[in-house]
Design a protein around this ligand. Structure first.
Ligand code: AMP
Ligand code: ZN
Length: 470
């Protein structure tokens, strides 16, 4: 079955045709490891995970790379200029009284823990910027040889106008050009030849010994933020590869810069399909640390939810449409996942297979096709979830429902194979106690309070069903 993806390069939904018949090269811009990743960041990584799974489900071998930015991402991009401000890693190190290396290690570990809690599959390789300094220096050298760079007092810059003139390529084809405004609120760097030029290599400030700095042909310093993605993706996937993923904010500067650097160096097309995830908002607004709503996975857990319930919530939206987070919406996802798991648990105890009628067999194949069609149609996970609920309500036999759900979970990634047989589940003591409490309240006619306890029991992963009174 064909796969269709919305390609930001052409702004249309296109049939996916990989460069090689059975193999796909895919790269996702990963986190800057100076702090905990937010549920917004993880929306983007979950969309990339779904794409990774969909490609494999369709029989492709996927060489999937994700980077970890552990140097060179400056704070200025919050204000519209990625090359100014402080190094995020250095800033956090000063705040926590640690070295930049310690900060990188701490938040890389935290990122990977959360990544696994969300059941995101490991890429073939996680690659760190600091492990690839030489590759980055070599790429800057190639650009220098081709005359695309110049030196200022604070670094080596990429000359976007010379790039356009010499290659005939347009700079910034992913974004609306007028969105790429340098220095929206920061002072314009007077040494830059053109407003959209960007740093490839930054010099260490004079008289300051940075935790992270390297020698280079241009002097001690560190790489600019964009060069790592060009250097590492091309190193592992080749000069031209199939898919590049990131959040939609990267369309305006980071990705156009990656394209210019890569195509400037190789003279070839960099990437065929650019896939961008839309942002997660919170209570219909921007998510931000200063607003106190930049929730992390640990905030989700502290509020009585699991990372997989958050994953179900992500699946309820289409990756390239905005999704609004509220605690109520997460609660609905929690209820849905609990219901789904309890159905699966009940199927596990019904293993007896009956002969299938032709009609039922057709229905089973129909559900399988409808599900695959949904996920292959630009990763339409909300549609895929609608198919599973329709399938669960249908009259096909339970063991077949179970088998279908296990297949679907290769993409949904909700860990459904871990659900235990309903007859083998031991009810924990705290749940038993709550059940008794609830029964007492109900017998006293205190239904509101009893309902609250029912919710508490649900949070612990158990659903109480009252038998009708005879
Ligand atoms: P950063 O660590 O800031 O480089 O961001 C990591 C990834 O998360 C990038 O692909 C961003 O585009 C993405 N991202 C940042 N904020 C959000 C958000 N609110 N919703 C979805 N993705 C986001
Ligand atoms: Zn990148």
């Amino acid at each position: 079955m064909d796969i269709y993806l919305t390609n930001s390069l052409t702004r249309t939904k296109e049939k996916f045709i990989p460069l090689k018949d059975e193999e796909v090269g895919m790269y996702t811009c990963g986190p800057t490891v100076y702090n905990y990743a937010t549920i917004g960041n993880f929306r983007t990584y979950t969309s990339a995970d779904i794409l990774f799974r969909v490609l494999k489900f369709n029989g492709y071998k996927v060489d999937y790379i994700m980077n970890l930015t552990d140097v060179g991402h400056l704070t200025g991009d919050n204000l519209g200029d990625a090359d100014t401000g402080e190094d995020r890693m250095v800033k956090e190190a000063a705040k926590e009284r640690k070295t930049a290396w310690e900060i990188a290690k701490e938040y890389t570990d935290a990122f990977l823990t959360d990544f696994h809690k969300l059941n995101l599959e490991d890429p073939v390789r996680f690659v760190k910027a600091t492990d690839h300094i030489e590759d980055q220096i070599n790429l800057v050298k190639r650009l220098e040889e081709k005359g695309f760079t110049y030196k200022t007092s604070d670094g080596i810059y990429f000359d976007t106008v010379t790039y356009e003139k010499n290659t005939g390529n347009k700079y910034g084809e992913l974004s609306n050009l007028d969105q790429i405004k340098e220095g929206a609120r920061v002072e314009v760097n007077p040494e830059k030849k053109n407003p959209r030029d960007f740093a490839l290599w930054k010099f260490s400030p004079k008289d300051v010994k940075r935790d992270m700095e390297w020698d280079s042909p241009w002097g001690a310093g560190f790489p600019g933020w964009h060069i790592e993605c060009s250097a590492m993706s091309m190193k592992y996937l080749g000069d031209t590869f199939d898919i590049h993923v990131g959040g939609e904010d990267l369309k305006s500067t980071h990705h156009p810069n990656e394209i210019a650097q890569s195509q400037g160096a190789t003279g070839k097309k960099f990437v065929d399909y650019w896939i961008h995830g839309a942002f997660l908002t919170v209570d219909r607004g921007r998510m931000g640390k200063s607003l106190g709503n930049a929730y992390t996975i640990s905030d989700i857990e502290k509020n009585g939810f699991s990372a997989l319930e958050l994953r179900y919530f992500y699946l309820s939206g289409k990756y390239n449409e905005p999704l609004n987070f509220t605690w109520d919406a997460l609660k609905s996802s929690q209820n849905a996942l609990t219901k789904l798991k309890s159905q699966i648990a009940s199927f596990k105890s019904q293993t007896e297979r009956t002969m299938l009628s032709e009609e039922k067999e057709e229905k089973i194949n129909g559900f399988r096709n409808k599900f695959t069609e949904a996920v292959n149609d630009d990763l339409n996970t909300p549609q895929a979830l609608a198919v599973i609920w329709e399938m669960l309500k249908s009259n096909i036999p339970s063991p077949d429902k179970y088998d279908l759900m296990m297949t679907f979970d290769e993409i949904l990634g909700l860990n459904l194979s871990q659900v235990q047989d309903v007859q083998k589940v031991e009810i924990p003591e705290n749940v038993k106690k709550l059940i008794t409490e609830r029964e007492d309240l109900r017998s006293e006619g205190k239904y509101d309070e009893a309902d609250k306890i029912r919710d508490e029991i649900l949070k612990l992963g158990f659903e109480v069903k009252d038998k009708p009174v005879a």
